[in-house]
Design a protein around this ligand. Structure first.
Ligand code: TRP
Ligand code: SF4
Length: 334
């Protein structure tokens, strides 16, 4: 039987997922489990590239736990797929170091995300951690240690994937064909605008709805959503095409969309009511996932067992690759 193509999906451990990143990553990648051999990884080492205090590191473990719970609740299947934490298979660090020998510094300094991070952290290119400069080399190592050929990512990651292919080409040229060139698999996720009605849903902007929120919390948050700014009175007709609550109805309350449109434009529905209905839709949509999540939460060792087993399976692949690389780079005993 032909071996299935492998995908590697890495996500920074930022804790509970919200609606925006759920529709972006897990929901799309869940379907990929059938056609690919899939690996899902909270990339804890990458999280260390931007730490500024010990507090940041204290959040890593709880964040991994919450994220993996959401993944499992979203139907990532630990039988079919490998789910493991990046640092639990430290061979990635060996590969990172070896790849750093074939990666010109100039390539790394030109990566747009690098310049942006330096700015965000109020650092300079001289003062910034060595680890941050090498972030894309580590990301390349994550992927190719498992010889993954496809990587589900959003558009913001395209420069990293481009660089990964350049590193692979250089390695293969120097030492012989070893790694496949990883291709970005753009997730066709709808862009979810947050409750502020302005920007992409994100935790840092606090305009999000957690997947694991209770129905009451969801309701409360949805009620804070911004609507058509010109609809200052209940009797003023609204403009649904300018209201994010309406866009969210399309996703989470599809059966009601036409009614929302009609009643909003004729002022026969108020915004508060409209938001209540939206919250109901979101809660209905998330209930099965929340139910599953609760089941896993009640099995204290479940996540740990999944990650332990995942790391064992990942390690077997990693050792094979490292052996091959050591041989090609002249590091193996004759
Ligand atoms: N850089 C990615 C991000 O910020 C996370 C990541 C790290 C990743 N390693 C990866 C994504 C490997 C895909 C494959 O979103
Ligand atoms: Fe938006 Fe609904 Fe209010 Fe219309 S009624 S402006 S769609 S919240």
């Amino acid at each position: 039987m032909e071996r299935k193509e492998r995908i590697f999906s890495g996500m920074r451990p930022t804790g509970k997922l919200h609606l925006g990143n759920y529709l972006g990553a897990p929901q799309n990648t869940v379907d990929l489990q059938d056609s690919y051999e899939s690996i899902y990884t909270p990339v804890d080492i990458h999280a260390l590239t931007t730490i500024t205090s010990p507090e940041d590191t204290r959040e890593i473990q709880p964040n991994i736990y919450e994220m993996v719970l959401d993944w499992l609740a979203a139907d990532l299947d630990p039988e079919r797929s490998i789910i493991f934490v990046l640092s639990h298979v430290p061979e990635v660090l060996t590969l990172h170091t070896l790849l750093s020998m074939v990666t010109p510094l100039g390539w790394l300094m030109r990566v747009p995300t690098f310049k942006e991070k330096v700015r965000q952290m109020s650092e300079t290119e001289e003062s910034v951690n060595y680890g941050l400069v090498g972030y894309p080399v580590l990301q390349t190592a994550d992927i190719i240690l498992y010889k993954a050929s496809a990587v589900p990512v959003g558009e913001d990651q395209l420069p990293h994937l481009e660089l990964a292919r350049e590193i692979v080409r250089r390695f293969n040229n120097m030492f012989g064909d070893t790694f496949p060139e990883p291709q970005a698999k753009l997730t066709e996720a709808p862009l979810i605008v947050g409750l502020d009605g302005q920007q992409k849903m994100s935790k840092s902007l606090d305009n999000h709805i957690d997947l694991a929120a209770t129905p009451a919390e969801t309701n409360k948050r949805v009620l804070t959503a911004f609507t058509d700014p010109q609809r200052t009175h209940r009797s003023t007709p609204g403009r649904p095409h300018l209201c994010n609550v309406y866009s969210l109805h399309k996703l989470f309350n599809p059966g009601e969309v036409d009614t929302v449109y009609q009643e909003c434009t004729t002022a026969s529905r108020g915004c508060v009511d409209c938001k209540r209905h939206l919250a109901e839709g979101v809660n209905r949509y998330l209930e099965p996932l929340r139910e599953k999540r609760r089941e896993y939460e009640n099995r204290p060792d479940y996540v740990k067992d999944v990650l332990t087993e995942g790391a064992q399976r990942a390690k077997a692949i990693a050792l094979e690759t490292i052996g091959e690389v050591q041989e090609k780079m002249g590091l193996a005993l004759p």
